[in-house]
Ligand binder design. Structure first.
Ligand code: KG4
Ligand code: ZN
Length: 343
């Protein structure tokens, strides 16, 4: 179905407040993200109540900013797409209610976007892959809260092939980094430290490597890191442990991705999303697996891998194009598995 104007995307499911406006063809007209790193750093992790209040404080101004930048007035929009789950309930309520309010005020269709569908469909944004990634493709969602292999078979058609049995991969980076005395969020700090380390110095376990399927497990690895820490004396020792951890994670992810591809029928690409997709060792290791299968590795620019509103607006556009929108009494869902979606 044709969309009557640009679509506003709103994201407030975790610790990024974001707004974006996309033309109906997917061209990004304006985008803004406000990270809550400063609010949560003193606590060493995301505090849900603080997150919800910060979303409430900043979402209106961010929305005004992207509208002004895009040169679009609210009544000229063709729809509002707001993350409505999964995520922290306080932020979801803020974002979804704000979006519904605008939809009512301006008589616009409202799309309650599943955040994971946003990540899943990013590879289809025009400009990333010629003509957008074609279904089906493998999505590796590697963030602080999610760790899954998903077969993206169509709009609203997602098959979870495997997921973590304990910690998400980003969580494993964060917890191991914390054990090593690095600042939160640990992933980028650990990657930096690993640059000068020897990945073979400390042999760490490789959880799930060689097992059937594509589930993940990282809690044993974290324990092994904790047990190695008393042995560390020099800065070089710390770098070696960071390198060993990163090496093992990259190897395990590659092994799981290989099995996930084998569980699919004719995948066209391997797509990565989530903050951990920023890690160069992880990217290289996944690119290697994809190449062995003759597939491209689609790694969107970091700003589109981490939480953002461009992907939410784009998921809204895909749904509006298919004639789909949601009622204004749609309730935000803190848990909302991809497999429950349809189109
Ligand atoms: O997708 P994201 O921004 O937020 C959600 O979790 O939804 O991912 C954040 C996670 C954190 O755990 C962070 O430590 C990790 O991604 N991360 C990294 C890197 N950059 C971010 N992990 C490893 N290497 C990195 N360069
Ligand atoms: Zn996310």
């Amino acid at each position: 179905m044709p969309i009557s104007g640009p679509v506003l995307g709103l994201e407030a499911s975790c610790d990024e407040t974001a707004a974006a406006i996309l033309a109906p063809d997917g061209t990004v007209l304006a985008e803004a993200v406000r990270s809550q790193l400063a609010e949560h750093t003193p606590f060493g992790g995301v505090v849900p109540e603080i997150a919800a209040r910060a979303h409430l404080a900043h979402l209106p101004a961010l929305t005004e900013k992207v509208l002004a930048e895009a040169g679009v007035r609210p009544h000229e929009l063709g729809g509002i797409a707001a993350t409505s789950g999964p995520g922290l309930i306080g932020g979801l309520i803020v974002g979804a209610t704000f979006g519904k309010g605008m939809a009512i005020a301006h008589g616009l269709p409202f799309v309650a976007v599943n955040h994971l569908e946003g990540h899943a469909l990013t590879a289809r944004l025009p400009g990333l892959v010629e003509g957008g990634a074609k279904f089906p493709y493998l999505l590796l969602l590697l963030s602080g809260g999610h760790c899954q292999c998903v077969a993206v078979e169509g709009l609203g058609q997602y098959r979870r092939l495997g997921s973590t049995l304990d910690d998400a991969v980003g969580e494993a980076f964060d917890k191991s980094a914390k054990l090593m005395g690095l600042p939160w969020p640990g992933g980028p700090a650990l990657e930096k430290l690993a640059q000068t380390g020897d990945p073979k110095r400390f042999p760490l376990p490789r959880p799930m490597l060689g097992r059937a399927g594509c589930d993940f497990s990282f809690s044993g690895l974290k324990t092994a890191v904790a047990q190695t820490i008393p042995k560390l004396q020099t800065e070089q020792d710390r770098a070696d442990l960071a390198a060993a951890f990163q090496y093992v994670v990259a190897a395990v992810l590659a092994d799981r991705a290989k099995n996930a591809l084998a569980m699919m029928d004719g995948p066209t690409a391997m797509v990565v999303a989530g903050g951990v997709a920023a890690n160069k060792a992880v990217r290289a290791s996944l690119a290697d697996v994809a190449a062995k299968h003759g597939l491209p590795l689609v790694a969107p620019p970091i700003r589109l891998c981490t939480d953002n509103a461009v992907m939410i607006a784009w998921a809204g556009i895909e749904r509006l194009r298919a004639g789909l929108s949601d009622p204004l009494d749609h309730a935000p869902r803190p848990r909302w598995p991809l497999a429950e979606l349809s189109a």
